[in-house]
Design a protein around this ligand. Structure first.
Ligand code: FAD
Ligand code: DLZ
Length: 534
């Protein structure tokens, strides 16, 4: 008898391990809702509910196909609390002779799985997760000998490998990348269509009640839960995106906008496919093929389709490759020696900065923020304020419904914080308020003046930006991609530099995280802190 553990982000019927399962031989799947997973960081309740509901739907689909499933709910009276405890019990009770698993999404879980063989006294087979398009060995081969890894070159290889948007060995449109066309600010009259909303069925409602009861103390709201929780819903979400939002996805990919009380406010023209992809309800090739077909049918322009496909076969595969190539250890580097705690407003949204307030409130309400909010609002602030990468990484892993460490960590630690010393990205995305003003309407009506850097109402991002550049001049001034900004900084008088430093220090003081503040001042509230000190 073989036991097949299936984790909450492995909800694909063609999962490598499930392809080996033979229902006629006594093989069984075990799926487990366990406190260890739900609390190793304080996950957003919406994320926990999504995962539990999707797991329950997937288990029901397996059973309908004749697969024996041992499903352990969180409130089962004898729930063992961890993957290991439940697998051990299932193996003993069912008389398992072997464990067959698919490579998990986090190093932490892989290390656990690898210890099972000795602890259970049973063979444990861990199969490669071939739902991803670039196997570990291929990424390793590609990366070997390169000091820095650059997504663009990896992406071109992935285009050749998949044949997506290729004309023989040349890119369709004679250009690999149309990013330069994808930076439009959103006009006030533009109204992105609302994404599909999936009303909770009885299974989801039961999960919502359970999560409400058990995780009420975690940051985030369950109200209006409407994530797709099974493959049929995920496919409907994909079709809706391809038809109604993909055509403008490229143009407004980098745009941000204040909430206007309209249905599409949170995601603009983004796909909202991240949770379905990461849980395994959709596969990367099928979503890219759907986008490519829309281009072939003349329903979506090349800049949109190329931009979308690049995110999936480029960025998504690239960050996963980096994660597995460098773990454990990727998160240990802290290039800028950043050590300030997270200001309270990351958990409360209580700040007068309109951009940050919106990003945090939306995150609290939806467990979602689109890429530019994550990168250029909360991310940029974390970078230029010198926030501790451990706290920042934990925040991102906790608060987004699509967050699993293989994808969250390289994006946060590498792309946003540049804490990996430039392994993932060639330069930090540091920006002042000017960038936010160029790409959004946040600054209009914000209490702070984006055109001012040092006055009492100056946008705090401006002085923090220059402060960051001054603090890290020795590390960054030699970077050819930072040449322009350092040439500007070189023109600043000593008095101007001092003013900017003083303003930045005052801002950090107001947030309770200046150097001379007590180390816990303004930090994560105690109830959210349980894992942060680990
Ligand atoms: P869209 O904008 O519609 O993009 C389509 C798809 O492309 C996404 O669903 C995703 O699968 C993929 N994609 C886009 N950008 C990236 C990227 N940089 N890395 C990997 N895949 C990408 N993505 C996650 O899936 N989980 C995370 O935990 C996560 N954390 C992030 C943290 C930070 C600091 C940053 C800057 C980005 C992070 N991303 C993460 C990437 C990206 O922001 C999300 O994938 C995206 O916002 C999800 O929304 P969407 O489905 O509407 O994406
Ligand atoms: C994120 C998460 C949560 C909150 N809870 C569970 C759970 O109870 N059971 C489960 O199988 N998976 C859960 N997950 C997702 C896992 O953390 C994820 O599958 C692993 O981290 C991947 O290695």
């Amino acid at each position: 008898m073989r036991l097949f553990p299936v984790f909450g982000d492995q909800l694909s019927h063609d999962l490598a391990s499930l392809r080996q399962l033979d229902p006629g031989t006594g093989d069984a799947v075990v799926m487990m809702e366990v406190m260890e997973e739900a609390t190793y960081v304080p996950h957003h309740p919406r994320k926990i509910a999504l995962i539990f509901s999707a797991m329950r739907h997937f288990a029901a689909e397996l059973e309908a196909r004749g697969v024996a499933v041992r499903y352990v709910t969180l409130d089962a009276p004898d729930n063992g609390g961890s993957f290991f405890a439940e697998v051990q019990r299932a193996a003993a009770e069912l008389g398992a002779e072997e464990i067959v698993a698919t490579w998990p999404g986090e190093y932490r879980v892989l290390a656990d799985l690898r210890s099972w063989e000795a602890d259970l006294g049973l063979p444990v087979h861990i199969l490669e997760d071939d739902r991803f398009l670039c196997p570990h060995a291929d990424f390793k081969r590609w990366a070997e000998g390169r000091k820095q890894l650059r997504m663009e070159f990896f992406y071109r290889d992935m285009r050749r490998r998949t044949g997506l948007l290729m004309d023989g060995d040349q890119p369709v449109g004679e250009q690999w990348n149309f990013d330069a066309d994808n930076r439009r600010k959103m006009p006030a009259a533009e109204t992105p269509p609302a994404a599909l909303s999936f009303a909770p069925d009885a299974t989801t409602q039961a999960v919502l009640a359970l999560v409400q009861e058990r995780f009420a103390g975690h940051f985030g709201s369950l109200e209006g839960f409407d994530f797709p929780v099974n493959r049929a819903q995920a496919l409907a979400g994909l079709a809706d995106f391809i038809e109604r939002r993909l055509p403008a996805f490229g143009d407004f990919q980098d745009a941000m906008r204040r909430p206007r009380g309209e249905a599409g406010d949170d995601s603009l023209y983004h796909s909202l496919l991240g949770t379905s992809l990461n849980l395994g309800l959709l596969g990367p090739m099928e979503v890219c093929a759907a986008a490519e077909a829309a281009f072939a049918a003349g329903k979506a322009p090349l800049n949109a389709v190329e931009g979308f496909i690049r995110q999936i076969i480029g960025w998504r595969e690239f960050v996963r490759g980096i994660y597995w190539l460098t773990m454990p250890g990727y998160a240990d580097r802290n290039t800028f020696r950043a050590d300030r705690p997270l200001p309270d407003f990351f958990w409360t949204g209580e700040t007068d900065m309109a951009c940050v307030r919106h990003a945090v409130e939306q995150t609290r309400d939806r467990a979602y923020a689109h890429h530019i909010q994550r990168l250029m609002v909360t991310g940029n602030l974390a970078l230029i304020a010198g926030l501790d990468p451990i706290e920042v990484n934990r925040w991102y892993l906790s608060v987004y419904a699509d967050a699993f460490e293989w994808v969250q960590l390289p994006n946060t630690h590498g792309m946003v914080l540049h804490a990996d010393g430039g392994y993932l990205g060639s330069k930090p995305y540091a920006a002042s308020g000017k960038y936010i003003d160029r790409m959004s309407d946040y600054c209009k009506g914000c209490r702070f003046d984006v055109k001012d850097s040092t006055g009492p109402d100056a946008c705090p991002l401006n002085a923090l930006y220059w402060h960051f550049l001054m603090e890290n001049e020795d590390r960054l001034a030699g970077n050819p991609r930072m040449g322009l900004v350092y040439r500007s900084l070189a023109k600043f008088s000593p008095e101007r530099r001092a003013e900017l430093r003083a303003k930045a220090a005052a801002t950090l003081g107001v947030w309770g995280i200046a150097e001379d503040a007590p180390s816990d001042a303004g930090s994560v509230p105690a109830d959210k802190q349980m894992e942060l000190s680990a």
